[in-house]
Ligand binder design. Structure first.
Ligand code: HEM
Length: 518
């Protein structure tokens, strides 16, 4: 029995599928954005078998759920089981006090100073990727342009950057096209969870009805999805063993250790005798796998969306490139060979482009939660119920499935204005306060992309600096445009909102016409 039946929502024609065909088929937001415009920041849809689901993009309600994640609003048990299968029992899977312990151990590696210190690694990887693009464009029909699947290259560069910046390890995915690690992890989420057909949607969503205790049995069944996840876990564990061995050997050889270096922190935590700061072998392995998945496919796909927007806007590319060359000139004038983090901080238009790309295309577009006890959701704007009442808060029963819509929030007109669906970097230049109003949300520029509260992204600074550096390297060397094809790029509704082509929604790809500037 639901307490939210008085909340408005779209009509539903199928008892079995509910509104899930519209919600998950096609691309992220295809129906959701229209529903949001009609019903506002909170509305109700039907899930499988008539189950009520609440969709929330109201910032106050979102903030409430994220702030109370450890107590009332944890991830539902089935979602955690999936996270265990994909990432192991690491920080993303852990809950309550255990989660606090994981975050306390990891956090020092992701501070401001540590993340800024990684910029030279990002610059080097981006430069290496651009060398490969130059090879491709020089072999194009006119010697300067070629259609390149930028998603594949950026994903490899992101994995190489993560390897070196976080693990001091050369994965060499950019050079080795057959690298098993890159192949296993690069499209893991979109391949495994793409909602490309109604049948897949039904099967994946029906899993939440299966008792959690049955999932470990399903894990052993010869299903393709389970096989893929098992392979990823094995490959991840193999690499993790190698990384740890290399680090322990280096420590034994007297290499100095740091309290803020990720590998040092993890290996030290593994050796620790104190249960509060100790990580078991299993947790250590899960931690590294979590960071490998959370840290490269996200950043890679997120940057692709920024390129996608720029590929359709030569004028924005022009402004971006002007700012890049202006910055490079300043660096040359002062006699430096390379730009530094302080130079990145001066690039307001580049940052605005990045934020605007992030806003329109948050790669983690939704989070599913369910309260463990009855609760009341506060709203930043009152809504009208089906029985005519104007309410400022919604009572929600324990166990009620709620979708925290980060994609919806990033386009909420009450926060971003009437042009919320438009790509307009200038909104960030005209002053932060005029771009946003009401409840502040998220860890970066009031955007939903990195979530909020205790489970917010640990690597957001790392990701932002990496993406900005990649943008600089790409646009100082190339211009990009959409290739001439009828095939539409859409936002995959699979585990991660990667770019895919409408004709093959299970393959992450973004083919762009790349032209070398020199
Ligand atoms: C643009 C890139 C990225 C985006 C959009 C992103 C987004 C997110 C989001 C939304 C969450 C919360 C998920 C939840 O609801 O549980 C999260 C968690 C996490 N992210 Fe990121 N992330 C990005 C890059 C990174 C990077 C580069 C790293 C590490 C190098 C990283 C490490 C993590 C970790 C460890 C967690 C788990 C935190 C916890 O459960 O306490 N992420 N990320």
């Amino acid at each position: 029995h639901s307490s939210i039946t008085c909340i408005y929502g779209p009509p539903c024609s199928s008892f079995i599928m509910g509104n899930f065909s519209e919600y998950f088929l096609g691309e992220v937001g295809e129906h959701e954005f229209a529903w949001q415009e009609q019903y506002g920041g909170v509305y109700r849809i039907k899930g499988l078998f008539g189950q009520d689901r609440l969709i929330i993009s109201d910032p106050k309600a979102l903030q409430h759920c994220y702030q109370n994640n450890d107590t009332i609003w944890p991830k539902p048990a089935t979602r955690r089981e999936w996270e265990r299968l994909i990432l192991g029992r690491g920080v993303s899977w852990a809950q309550g006090q255990d989660h606090k312990r994981h975050r306390k151990i990891l956090s020092p590696a992701f501070g401001n100073i540590e993340s800024r210190g990684m910029m030279p690694v990002f610059r080097k990887m981006a430069d290496r990727m651009c060398q490969h693009w130059k090879d491709c464009t020089s072999h194009g029909s006119n010697g300067t342009s070629a259609v390149i699947d930028v998603a594949d290259w950026i994903s490899k560069a992101a994995l190489d950057a993560l390897g070196e910046a976080a693990f001091h390890y050369e994965f060499n995915c950019l050079e080795n096209q057959d690298n098993k690690l890159a192949k296993t992890f690069s499209s893991l989420l979109v391949h495994t969870f793409a909602h490309s057909t109604k049948r897949r949607i039904f099967v994946q969503r029906a899993i939440s009805f299966i008792p959690v205790s049955w999932l470990p049995i399903m894990e052993r069944l010869p299903l393709t999805i389970m096989q893929r996840l098992r392979e990823a876990a094995e490959e991840g564990d193999r690499v993790v063993r190698e990384l740890v061995k290399k680090r322990v050997d280096a420590m034994d050889a007297g290499m100095p250790q740091s309290k803020r270096d990720l590998m040092d922190i993890l290996v030290q935590a593994n050796l620790s005798a104190d249960p509060v700061s100790r990580l078991s072998d299993e947790e250590l392995s899960a931690q590294l796998r979590t960071i490998m998945v959370a840290g490269h496919e996200t950043t890679g796909s997120q940057l692709c969306w920024v390129l996608y927007e720029l590929a359709r806007r030569p004028e924005a590319q022009g402004k971006l490139r002007a700012e890049i060359f202006e910055m490079l000139q300043r660096v040359t004038d002062r006699g430096d060979k390379e730009y530094n983090m302080a130079d990145l901080d001066t690039m307001k238009y580049t940052q605005a482009v990045l934020k605007e790309g992030l806003r329109l295309h948050p790669v983690i577009y939704v989070s599913f939660v369910a309260p463990t006890k009855d609760d009341v959701l506060p709203l930043s704007e009152p809504i009208r119920t089906t029985d005519g009442r104007l309410i400022n808060e919604i009572p929600v029963r324990a166990g009620q499935y709620v979708h925290l819509s980060l994609a919806g929030y990033n386009r909420l007109q009450s926060v971003w204005g009437n042009d919320a669906h438009d790509f307009r970097p200038e909104r960030w230049l005209s002053g932060y306060s005029s771009a946003t109003k009401g409840t502040q949300f998220g860890v970066y520029s009031n955007l939903g992309n990195f979530a909020s509260g205790d489970v917010s992204c640990l690597g957001w600074r790392f990701a932002v600096i990496e993406m900005q550096t990649m943008l600089i390297e790409i646009f100082r060397n190339f211009s990009v445009s959409m290739p001439e094809t009828e095939d539409k790029v859409i936002r995959s509704t699979g585990g991660l909102m990667t770019p895919v082509l409408a004709s093959s929604p299970q393959k992450k790809q973004l083919p762009l016409l790349v032209t070398s500037l020199r």
